[in-house]
Design a protein around this ligand. Structure first.
Ligand SMILES: NC(=O)c1ccc[n+]([C@@H]2O[C@H](COP(=O)([O-])OP(=O)(O)OC[C@H]3O[C@@H](n4cnc5c(N)ncnc54)[C@H](OP(=O)(O)O)[C@@H]3O)[C@@H](O)[C@H]2O)c1
Length: 385
């Protein structure tokens, strides 16, 4: 088999670091060709010294000199600035682009990968939320393959292979419910960042962990699923499953439900997106259903976790609404982690932005980015008061 060259955009993050472990375990058929980070130079330099990729990039230009110093003597070419991600995503020698950047910042690079006809292993859900329709269109035109890495969407992608696409009647996304499952609205008033960062089943980066606590993560995933699988909002359902063993399900028209089960371990969906349609022995640990004993499911409480209700509404509205929804959340999570707002203010700020935004339908990239920038300014304005 020919060697598959992989660019990991966001290699210093939680998904990126797991991806490097997966690639190392897969052996010489998979080569780390490019690595990128925003500003964590020490870690990126360590990865460069270990994997010796052809390229390494930092989006924060002020870190470039430090990175060059730290990898002097290695063959790796160092790039800098946000545009370096697009450059890497379009390199002829790259076969697979693993999108592991956090936030809408990954959008230009994922679009570049789509236009360049790459396999895109996409963990970075925010670009799909902001510009999913455009991205899937560019991928189809550019001959790119979009393979989900998000565990729920990987599960759906795998379950869909049990039947024909036109025979799918429903997509059921599971959620652990996060650290505040069972809380009332009053209980959420005084929760701390430390509590919100303590996810019961998954170890992830800080932004997605806060999103899991507000259930904004599931709201973003509803929109992500809508575009990835060309599904209507009415076909998508969310169910709480605290054990995080069933990663999602697909219902077919005959009433059969096909589920994907596994341990809550990102190495499995990351590896599948790289090896698809083949499967390989890897790092994924085996599941013992006998030891687990019981799997439980319940309906989500969309009154307490209003973000989820908003997610369905935004998915129905379309246009610039999802760009505002996502950007307001990114900005509000940043404010919460910086200690400037309370946990409950995150969703309040998102709602406020959606209420004061005039949605524009059938828009291009420019209008989506404008809506994104507007929402970030709105949140910053309120949080500064
Ligand atoms: N973590 C999970 O298990 C998981 C599961 C499913 C989906 N996802 C999705 O995967 C994505 C990554 O999540 P994560 O938890 O791995 O995030 P993370 O741990 O915060 O890592 C984010 C990565 O993106 C880089 N980055 C940050 N800001 C950037 C910018 N403005 N431009 C370019 N690169 C930037 C970071 O570089 P520095 O290290 O230099 O800051 C880091 O390499 C998210 O979209 C998340 O929703 C994650």
């Amino acid at each position: 088999m020919a060697v598959r060259r992989i660019a990991i955009l966001g290699s210093t993050g939680s998904v990126g670091r797991n991806a490097l472990r997966v690639i190392e375990a897969l052996g010489p058929e998979y080569e780390v060709y490019a690595l990128t980070a925003n500003s964590r130079v020490e870690l990126l330099a360590e990865q460069v010294r270990r994997f010796e990729p052809a390229y390494a990039a930092v989006t924060d230009r002020t870190c470039a000199g430090q990175l060059r110093d730290q990898v002097a003597g290695f063959k790796t070419e160092v790039l800098a600035g946000a545009a370096s991600l697009e450059e890497i995503a379009s390199l002829d020698d790259v076969d697979i682009v693993l999108m592991a950047v956090v936030g809408a910042a990954g959008l230009p690079a994922v679009l570049a990968a789509a236009r360049s006809g790459k396999r895109i292993a996409v963990a970075n859900k925010e670009p799909l939320v902001v510009a999913g329709e455009l991205l899937m269109q560019e991928a189809a035109e550019g001959g790119a393959e979009v393979i989900p890495v998000d565990s729920e969407h990987s599960a759906i992608f795998q379950a869909m292979q049990a039947g024909r696409r036109q025979d799918v009647s429903k997509i059921v996304l599971t959620t652990s419910g996060g650290p505040f499952r069972g809380f009332s609205r009053a209980d959420l008033e005084d929760v701390t960042a430390a509590q919100a960062l303590a996810h019961p089943t998954w170890a992830m980066g800080p932004k997605i962990t806060i999103d899991s606590a507000t259930m904004m993560n599931k709201a973003l995933e509803v929109i992500e699923a809508r575009w990835l699988f060309d599904a209507s909002v009415e076909q998508i359902e969310v169910v709480v499953h605290p054990e995080s063993i069933v990663h999602s399900l697909v219902e077919f028209v005959d009433g059969s439900m096909i589920a994907h089960l596994g341990r809550p371990d990102m190495c499995i969906p990351i590896q599948y997106a790289l090896t698809y349609p083949a499967r390989a022995n890897g790092l994924g640990k085996r599941l013992s259903l006998g030891e687990i004993g019981r799997l439980t499911f319940e309906k989500p409480d969309m009154e307490v976790f209003r973000a989820l209700r908003l997610g369905f509404e935004v998915a129905r509205t379309g246009g610039t609404a999802a760009a505002v929804f996502n950007a307001a959340n990114e900005a509000a999570v940043g404010e919460f982690l910086a200690g400037r707002i309370k946990f409950v203010n995150i969703v309040e700020l998102i709602e406020r932005c959606l209420d004061s935004h005039s949605v524009r339908a059938r828009v291009g990239l420019e209008e989506l980015l404008e809506a994104d920038a507007w929402a970030r300014r709105e949140v910053a304005g309120v949080a500064c008061r």
